[in-house]
Design a protein around this ligand. Structure first.
Ligand SMILES: [Zn+2]
Length: 427
């Protein structure tokens, strides 16, 4: 249990929201959204979303109860694919990475708009994912993040199909793999690979309330660094290289440099997060390792702190090897265990303006822009318009065993997604 909790705490840090800001919505987008929302077909679709509300909740429960840690999403992917087929998608397939993709063809098909929810959760396969109800609140690990989003994707396809709404552009409804933790945005890296299908805009449903709109991706680099030596008796083998010393040298060298680097410019963070190695008090260890996490909204800044870190490892190793009196010098193994690119889409971009205008229209509240680590990081980094929007309803305990979802005005989340898709997809 302790291990599970530690893993969850690690993964939860991914969702850290930073630099929240309010932004003006241009009148032209407000007018456009109002006009679209008053369209007869859209009004019918809004009503239909409410009609199928019970089924959407039931789909969410079905999906939640299929365990799907990152790299083990296949079983849930099959069920999700079947739901999309039944909802009336034109075709459904699973790509080489394991992403489930449902196509709804457009009238013109000149552009492709992706609507994404991730299949994976942060919970190990043996976690009890049975949904429990207390009052109106539903409890289960992963129920909101992102099984609610997946059920929304199914409901959106169903609504477009039943209300016979055809957009101008092609819509791809995606259930993606590897969004969480060490999944390292695997599904997105495949979807946006070189030579892949051209994607013109990307909408991820992976946030909380509707007013929270993510227009930036915080990039991260993560390493597991292991210093290695022969190991030996603390007295008898004295004089051989000690991997702990090299690791301590590295941290001692890196931190002052990283500290001055992080004091100015775009927020850039670093954390030596986990340490390990050694066998007993009277032994020189044969290895010493650490897990390190560095983040920034700017790719350039991330590369800057990365350079300082890699230099410090080399210096830390050399410093210990200089005092080695016997045996082989120490070596180091540097393993990159996470690489999430960063990027930002301007608040004035039509996709962000439309997202804010729709949220404002439905809730009457001022939307908030923020940066986070979501699937949108990949398109952000490639300069492809992207946004991460909320699920609506109420939820809490994300990435914990006590995660919950309350379907309070949950339909607004779906109406928000639908309006945004229609704004982007063209009607
Ligand atoms: Zn998520």
């Amino acid at each position: 249990m302790k291990l599970i909790k530690n893993a969850l705490a690690f993964a939860f840090s991914v969702l850290l929201f930073l630099q929240v800001s309010a932004q003006d919505i241009k009148v032209v987008y407000k007018t456009e959204v109002e006009k679209l929302a008053k369209n007869k077909e859209v009004q019918d679709a809004f009503a239909y979303i409410l009609d199928i509300d019970g089924q959407t909740i039931s789909d969410m429960i079905t999906l939640t109860e299929i365990p799907a840690p990152s790299f083990e999403e296949a079983a849930k992917g099959l069920v999700f694919a079947e739901m999309l087929r039944k909802a009336g998608a034109d075709s459904v397939w699973i790509d080489e990475a394991g992403n489930v993709i449902a196509l709804r063809k457009g009238k013109k098909s000149t552009k492709t708009i992706v609507i994404d929810a991730h299949l994976d959760t942060v919970f190990p396969i043996e976690t009890d994912v049975t949904v429990k109800q207390k009052g109106d609140t539903l409890y289960a690990p992963g129920i909101a993040d992102a099984n609610r989003s997946l059920a929304m994707v199914v409901a959106l396809v169903k609504t477009l199909e039943q209300k016979k709404i055809r957009t101008d552009h092609d819509l791809w409804f995606v259930g993606s793999v590897g969004e969480e933790g060490l999944g390292d945005l695997k599904g997105m890296k495949h979807l946006f690979r070189e030579g892949g299908n051209k994607i013109d805009a990307f909408i991820a449903i992976d946030g909380g309330d509707i007013e929270g709109i993510v227009n930036g991706g915080i990039g991260s680099l993560r390493y597991r660094v292991t210093f290695k030596g022969s190991g030996g008796h603390s007295y008898g083998a004295f004089g051989i290289g000690n991997p702990h010393n090299a690791l301590a040298n590295t941290i001692a060298g890196f931190v002052p440099k990283a500290d001055s680097f992080s004091k100015e410019g775009i927020r850039t963070t670093y954390s030596v997060s986990v340490l390990g190695g050694g066998t007993s008090v009277n032994s020189i260890p044969y290895e010493s390792w650490m897990l390190v996490d560095m983040r920034s909204e700017s790719q350039e800044r991330l590369q800057g702190i990365n350079k300082l870190f890699l230099e410090s490892i080399e210096e830390g190793l050399q410093k210990e090897n200089l005092i080695v009196k016997r045996g082989e010098p120490l070596t180091v193994e540097i393993e990159n265990v996470g690489d999430r690119p960063s990027g930002l889409l301007d608040a004035d971009h039509p996709l962000i303006q439309q997202s804010m205008a729709v949220a404002n229209y439905l809730t009457g509240k001022q939307p908030r822009l923020s940066s986070s680590s979501t699937n949108s990081n990949v398109p952000f980094s490639l300069g492809i318009p992207a946004v991460t929007i909320g699920r609506g309803g109420q939820a809490g305990g994300g990435h914990s065993l006590d995660e919950w979802f309350l379907n309070k005005d949950g339909h607004l989340g779906l109406q928000h997604a639908l309006l945004l898709i229609l704004s982007q997809g063209g009607m």
